[in-house]
Write a protein that binds this ligand. Structure first.
Ligand SMILES: *Cc1c(COP(=O)(O)O)cnc(C)c1O
Length: 368
């Protein structure tokens, strides 16, 4: 049996009539860019988050980048984040001209360790970017407390965590903005790229709206900006899928519970769901010291497991100051995690048989 990592085409088939209809409507309307379908989706997305504003852009990376620019992050500034994340988190910081400063993770969740943030703050620090990795929110109460004490902005990288909640706090509630991604493989994904900034800060909304559209809020009037719009076709698709996101996330949580139940006696380190948090399992990540051998065993047994992320950002070649990587940055917990993580297949359309095959294969590995 083969178990894939994603269920994109199954998801399309499950909503084919509605998706084909909305795509047809947008095509017939002739309004493909900055049209009414985008405006409608932005209202629906803001309502879903329980926030005042959502601004659609062309990727999660640009959502972060434009949020930083709107908050005035730029050359000479430092922005605190983690190295155990997708490259784009740091990339979006670097392309503003600011420097990404990496803080260690809490090993149980792989999210930023709030207890280590204050030691990384300098007079140049401008913002903190917690990443809600794998679908579980970072400890936003602690992060926002630190930010308030030091006068820093907080931008949440929520690309993996749409629909996640903390214990008594929601995404965007304790920060200046939360950014999300709609690339196909995310929990809410379109047929291509997309992203959004969601914020209650009215003052940055016109700036982000202008930045994504050549610095223009009114036809023919421009300031410096970019072209980073969310197309109406994608907005239409996302509007249909947004109605399903809670159901899909519930199914991910169900699959996660089946994995955890099936693997609890294998000795593998399983994901830690913080009490009171709603983890939406963008990824179900286990850890084992024999990672590469186990990954090969899974792949050879038809289980398309993957690794997120084998190379922490401070070890990447493209590190903008110092090449190869800046070896002064010491993040032993981050590196240990990067060397031992495996992501098991996880998508809402997985069948019971597929889940059982993944569990059986992991158990067979552990019993060898
Ligand atoms: C996917 C992702 C991004 C970037 O989103 P894109 O839409 O691919 O640009 C940023 N941060 C994290 C944590 C991600 O998982």
């Amino acid at each position: 049996m083969k178990v894939g990592f994603y269920g994109h085409v199954r998801q399309y088939h499950s909503l084919k009539a509605e998706l084909d209809a909305v795509i047809g409507e947008v095509l017939e309307s002739g309004e493909y860019v900055m049209g009414p379908t985008l405006a409608r989706f932005e209202r629906e997305l803001a309502a879903y988050f329980g926030m005042k504003n959502a601004i659609g852009v062309n990727s999660g990376t640009d959502a972060l980048w434009l949020a930083f620019l709107a908050l005035g992050v730029g050359p000479g500034d430092e922005v605190i984040t983690t190295a155990n994340t997708f490259f784009a988190t740091a990339e979006a910081i670097w392309i503003t001209g600011a420097k990404a400063v990496f803080v260690e993770i809490e090993p149980a969740t792989c999210n930023i360790d709030p207890n280590r943030i204050e030691a990384a703050i300098t007079p140049r620090t401008k913002a903190i970017v917690p990443v809600h990795l794998y679908g579980q929110m970072a400890d936003m109460r602690s992060v926002s407390g630190i930010a308030k004490r030091h006068g820093l902005f907080v931008v949440e990288d929520g690309a993996q965590a749409i629909g996640a909640r903390g214990d008594g706090f929601a995404a965007g509630e304790l920060s200046d903005a939360v950014c999300t991604s709609f690339i196909v493989q995310k929990n809410l994904g379109t047929f291509g790229d997309g992203g959004a900034v969601i914020t209650n800060r009215e003052d940055i909304v016109p700036r982000i709206r202008a930045l994504r559209n050549h610095g223009s809020l009114k036809r023919s009037y421009h300031s410096m900006g970019y072209n980073s719009r969310l197309d109406d076709l994608h907005a239409g698709v996302l509007g249909v899928k947004l109605k399903k996101i809670d159901e899909w996330n519930d199914r991910r949580r169900e699959i996660a519970a089946m994995y955890t139940d099936g693997l609890k006696e294998t000795g593998l380190a399983l994901p830690f769901g913080k009490p009171g948090y709603r983890h939406v399992y963008h990824l179900y990540v286990i850890e084992t010291p024999r990672r590469d051998a186990m990954l090969e065993f899974l792949n050879d047994s038809g289980v398309d497991a993957k690794v997120h992320y084998p190379i922490p950002i401070h070890r990447q070649e493209g590190f903008p100051w110092g090449k190869p990587a800046d070896l002064d940055v010491r993040l032993p917990l981050t590196e240990k995690s990067a060397a031992s993580v495996i992501s098991l297949p996880m998508f809402p359309e997985m069948t019971r048989d597929e889940v059982d095959h993944v569990v059986g294969t992991c158990r067979a590995w552990a019993a060898r």
